[in-house]
Design a protein around this ligand. Structure first.
Ligand code: DAH
Length: 340
């Protein structure tokens, strides 16, 4: 029995194919196999010996069958792995995950913020659900003032509304802090307005600088530097205008980004595009926040408009539809510096 087992182990070790196993099986259990012969010889023995030896032979047969079956499974698994390995191209590129991109509105807010931060401006914030007091009243727009018609307002009740402009952050901040002051305030604003270039919710960036000797030329210098930085070298033009919270007031134009100033449909053949409103802070506003003796300049711009002009987008709704085909176009414009 020991001899047979030793032979079995030896042969199992050497067998590496299914064919080897077949031969191995017939060597022990085949018609003239080692074990089969021993079974045949049982007849020559006494009954007692036959029972004893028969039991041993049966155990041996079972053991051999199991061991062969085990080895067969091993060989099959090994073969399968080899087949798989043949299909495995270790030099194929891995699948990369799509990573999100920065929304053009945020991209522009970051770019603009970076420019003003580099000039020494800070950043302030205010609530989107705002009091009439800050959105209008303290900004020199009393109730029934015709200037309220300039902005169609979502009112919540008599005193509360969705802010129509970020200008409220001017007075909120001046009431909180002492001059001198220099900050921008980016944020959402709301108006009852909707077409190709207007959305009921959009973003503005407000700017305010207050000190003892601020002049209109400071305003011009800051805005010209900013616009040349943001749009690349561009013509800049100041036009007299009206805002209730500034006096004098101006609107600022840049050379048309589409036609370069020749005149086209986008700039209504003027060669210029209006990009922001600004002015010297109205004395009434300064008085409302106890800033007498100080002077300041202020400005406000629409973020979506800046994004549309910079990236050549002709429909503001694209900004809010979350269409990946649109958003993915900004995936390369990862802006590493900015505010996080
Ligand atoms: N708040 C104005 C608007 O929404 C924009 C604006 C104009 C802001 C002149 C200013 C400013 O601070 O001085 O139309």
């Amino acid at each position: 029995m020991h001899e047979i087992l030793e032979q079995l182990e030896d042969k199992l070790k050497k067998a590496s194919t299914q064919e080897d196993l077949k031969q191995l099986k017939s060597f022990f259990l085949g018609k003239s196999g080692l074990l089969t012969k021993s079974f045949k010889e049982l007849g020559k023995l006494t009954q007692e010996e036959r029972i004893e030896k028969g039991r041993i032979l049966n155990d041996l047969k079972q053991l051999i069958t199991e061991k062969i079956e085990d080895k067969l499974q091993n060989i099959k698994t090994f073969q399968k792995q080899q087949e798989l390995n043949e299909d495995l191209d270790l030099f194929l590129d891995g699948k990369s995950n799509n990573i999100g991109s920065i929304h053009p509105v945020n991209l522009v807010i970051r770019e603009i913020s970076d420019i003003f931060l580099s000039m020494g401006f800070g950043v302030e914030d205010g609530p989107e659900v705002e009091l009439d007091l800050y959105n209008f009243e303290l900004l020199n727009v009393p109730k029934n003032h015709p200037a309220r018609d300039m902005q169609d307002t979502f009112y919540i009740d008599e005193n509360r509304l969705l802010r129509t402009q970020t200008s409220g952050v001017q007075v909120r901040t001046m009431l909180k802090k002492k001059p001198p002051l220099m900050f921008i305030a980016p944020g959402r604003v709301y108006r009852r307005d909707s077409d190709l270039t207007h959305s009921p919710m959009f973003h503005q960036i407000e700017g305010l600088a207050v000190d003892k000797n601020i002049r209109f030329s400071d305003l011009k210098g800051v805005l010209e530097a900013f616009l040349n930085e943001f749009f690349g070298k561009t013509k800049v033009r100041f036009r007299p205008s009206y805002f209730p919270f500034t006096e004098p007031s101006a609107e600022v134009d840049i050379g048309c980004v589409i036609c370069g100033g020749k005149g086209c449909r986008v700039c209504s053949n003027t060669g210029y595009l209006e990009v922001l409103g600004c002015g010297m802070v109205h004395r009434n506003v300064l008085k409302n926040v106890d800033y007498e003796g100080y002077r300041g300049f202020a400005f406000g711009l629409g973020v979506e408009r800046f994004a549309m002009l910079k990236y050549g987008i002709d429909n503001i709704r694209l900004m809010f539809e979350n269409d990946l085909r649109f958003l993915e176009q900004f995936s390369n414009s990862f802006y590493p510096k900015g505010l996080v």
